[in-house]
Design a protein around this ligand. Structure first.
Ligand SMILES: *Cc1c(COP(=O)(O)O)cnc(C)c1O
Length: 371
């Protein structure tokens, strides 16, 4: 087939191992999947109720403008309606932003060990990715990022995952402020804050990019219903941006990019504060439980502002991963992020975390540490 080198060489995103596949391969029924940063509580009961009530309308096309959901988002997140657009997960928004704002051969900038959707979507659009190294403590170096952007006029978009996946680290208010001071006023550069884990942040000096939306028309903020809102299976992402960016986005997106059930469920979930609080609680308590367990196992980890923990197995992580998998326990290998000794562990229910900790303890004895 005649196809460009960029497409031929593309390495597809590798999602967490599905539960059903693990059951088939190992002939086991009990599988605990803590590999994709999903909400361990299941969907919001209010979302399920709303979905049931809408099943009889599935023969209709969805609302192309997502009117009701946008209305709710505007109210609950305190953002003007003309600054909101919806996507088929944030993944689609990433894809479209790159297609809209980059010509083939131009560049996006991000950091090393950032969400892999950015370079994959870029390459699919024949756009190059440049990445600054993380600091030694795995945090994003926004000073280096600003310098890179200032020295390269081909960069059209900057992606700042805050907090970052797979590290769980964040950039603070002052760092963001200084970054925007340097590069926030350019008409040829958009700065995208990917805030998929926003609701899990406990750090006091964290600030959402939303705070700068009015001051800098170049700031874009992405949120998702896949994590704290527990709707990963329905695919609903949100973009907040200057109306000019929103208008361009509406021109390019497919008219029915977000489906009716996703809109209905998200509209219900966003107002379910009881569920939101419960989701935060299970993650925060779970993080503390996992930290304690990992300390007892003498394993280093990064303190996380998200719903997962990146930890150093001090071994070839894939061996630890495989032995866990045989017991039906799915964590996430991150060798594709250049981290062959680490695993990413999504916070589960207390009992689930306990099962993983117990299994890890036994497995660590069997696998030799790396030098
Ligand atoms: C999980 C995640 C998302 C959410 O993606 P969706 O397509 O909305 O499910 C976005 N960005 C990062 C960094 C993530 O880890």
């Amino acid at each position: 087939m005649r196809v460009s080198e960029d497409i031929k060489n593309l390495i597809a995103y590798k999602p967490g191992k599905p539960i059903a596949e693990t059951q088939r391969e190992f002939g086991i029924s009990r599988v605990i999947k803590l590999a994709s940063n999903e909400n361990p509580l299941g969907p919001s009961p209010k979302a399920i109720e709303a979905l049931r009530a809408h099943l009889n309308d599935l023969h209709r096309y969805p609302d192309p403008g997502g009117f009701e959901l946008s209305q709710k988002i505007s109210k609950v997140w305190n953002i003007n309606k003309n600054k909101i657009a919806l996507g088929n997960g944030s993944n689609e928004i990433i894809d479209l932003l790159i297609r809209i704002f980059c010509e083939p051969g131009e560049k996006i900038a991000t950091t090393e060990k950032a969400f892999l959707a950015y370079p994959i979507c870029a390459q699919a659009a024949r756009v190059k990715t440049v990445a600054v190294p993380l600091r030694a403590d795995f945090t994003i170096d926004l000073i280096a990022m600003a310098n890179m952007v200032l020295n390269d006029t081909n960069i059209r978009l900057v992606f700042i995952p805050n907090p970052n996946n797979p590290t769980g680290t964040y950039v603070n208010r002052t760092e963001v402020e200084q970054f925007l001071n340097k590069v926030g006023n350019r008409p040829d550069l958009l700065i995208v804050f990917d805030e998929a884990y926003n609701e899990f942040v406990r750090a006091q000096d964290y600030a959402s990019g939303q705070e700068w939306l009015n001051q800098y028309p170049s700031v874009v903020v992405m949120r998702t219903f896949s994590k704290v809102y527990g709707l990963a299976g329905l695919r609903l992402g949100v973009m907040m941006a200057d109306p000019e960016v929103i208008d361009l986005y509406h021109k390019v997106r497919n008219p029915f990019n977000t489906n009716e059930l996703a809109q209905v469920a998200a509209t219900a979930a966003i107002e379910d504060t009881e569920y939101l609080r419960a989701s935060q609680k299970v993650v925060w308590e779970g993080l503390d439980q996992i930290y304690k367990g990992l300390r007892e196992l003498d394993l280093n980890f990064l303190e996380s502002q998200a719903n997962f923990v990146l930890f150093d197995t001090q071994r070839e992580a894939i061996q630890v991963y495989d032995l866990l998998l045989r017991q039906g326990l799915i964590l996430r290998p991150v060798a594709n992020y250049g981290l062959p000794r680490h695993l990413r562990w999504t916070v589960g229910l207390k009992e689930e975390n306990l099962i993983i900790l117990k299994a890890l303890k036994e497995i660590l004895i069997k696998v030799h540490p790396m030098k």
